[in-house]
Design a protein around this ligand. Structure first.
Ligand code: AHG
Ligand code: MN
Ligand code: MN
Length: 332
């Protein structure tokens, strides 16, 4: 009997994948791989803690609020600590900016990279056992190694990302990331403690029949064109799918096709989602998969950020759907 039929190969581990692709970023070989490994390690620890959420006292509100005014859940804080600590120990990043912190934290003045992170996305879904995620972006610092890290190092355009990814803690746990050479997805095999390549070279359909939006906000949408576009979706009898965890909504649309919309509302005139912690990373991934990401006027990746907690409207997903949405907005 053929050996591979007796013992089926486990496939490509994340570590092997990173090593075999190191030639794509020769100037920074070891450090960059170290950084991705640190993020993967922290995500395994967070995954373990999320899985125990109903059993130990880590559910619910911590009683505090972050800069954006959101109620911080205990797991938001815990995930923030896990990722920061892993990156601090790994040494490849000079600083981290996080949705959960007011300002940047310096990690290693000799590190080459800046990490922007939403440690736990969809945190209102923690207590009800619905999928949640982590979103991250990696930039090269602009200042010289060994010199003080500046806010300009952190406030780079999305086009400058050297890597971006998300972890989806769902019915299985997945790490999906890009280094600008396409998008690859890895599924966590908990008994081995390894991420294994399960979704190589993800491509998003240019057109599909799913739209994802919190339509409860419709009376307070600021841009008229949104209503026209949503009417078009209904005329076409598209399926509405909205979980309220951005990572989960985007992941479904990435694999099956669809558009995700979070427009400006009267309460959130700049939209709800953050450029540095949510929009840039997902825009880089979706564009690398062949899709589009827009604020309604311009490419998300070309927005020049002026503060780390800045928000933006977000329209992202299948390219033709995002184009149609932009046309509807531009009629007004
Ligand atoms: P976070 O948990 O990091 O604060 O993000 C919540 C975000 C995002 O995950 C989700 O898509 C969106 O908020 C949901 O907002 P609404 O409840 O307004 O629909
Ligand atoms: Mn979020
Ligand atoms: Mn969050």
């Amino acid at each position: 009997m053929e050996a591979s039929r007796i013992a089926i190969p486990i496939g490509v581990t994340l570590d092997r994948f990173i090593r075999s692709n190191e030639s794509q970023y020769p100037q920074s070989v070891g450090d960059f791989s170290q950084l991705l490994r640190d993020i993967a390690l922290a995500s395994k620890v967070v995954n373990r803690e999320i899985n125990k959420a109903g059993l130990i006292d880590i559910m619910g509100s911590s009683g505090s609020h972050n800069t954006g005014g959101d109620d911080q859940q205990k797991l938001d804080i815990l995930a923030d600590i896990r990722f920061s600590r892993a990156l601090l120990k790994g040494g490849a990043a000079c600083a981290i900016i996080s949705e959960e912190a007011d300002s940047m934290s310096i990690l290693n003045i000799n590190g080459k990279y800046i990490v922007a992170i939403d440690p736990l996305d969809g945190s209102s879904n923690i207590d009800v056992n619905v999928s949640i995620g982590t979103i991250f972006s990696v930039y090269k610092r602009l200042s010289n190694i060994g010199e003080p890290v500046t806010i300009e190092d952190c406030l780079q355009c999305g086009t400058e990302q050297v890597a971006a990814g998300y972890i989806l803690y769902g019915s299985s746990t997945m790490l999906v990331f890009t280094t600008g050479q396409g998008v690859n997805g890895f599924t966590y095999e908990a008994t081995l403690g390894e991420y294994l390549l399960s979704h190589p070279n993800i491509i998003i359909k240019p057109e599909a029949n799913t739209y994802s939006i919190n339509e409860g906000n419709s009376n307070s949408f600021v841009q008229e064109g949104i209503h026209d576009y949503l009417n078009e979706c209904k005329v076409e009898q598209f399926a509405g799918r909205y979980i309220g965890s951005l990572v989960a909504d985007i992941h479904r649309n990435l694999l099956k096709g669809g558009i995700y919309l979070y427009p400006a509302t009267r309460n959130n005139p700049d939209g709800k989602l953050r450029i540095m912690f949510e929009a840039n990373s997902l825009a880089f991934i979706v564009e690398q998969a062949g899709g589009k990401a827009s604020d309604g006027i311009q490419r998300i990746l070309e927005i020049v950020p002026t503060s780390i907690h800045q928000k933006t409207p977000l329209f992202i997903g299948s390219s033709e759907m995002v184009k149609k949405l932009e046309l509807a907005l531009n009629k007004y």
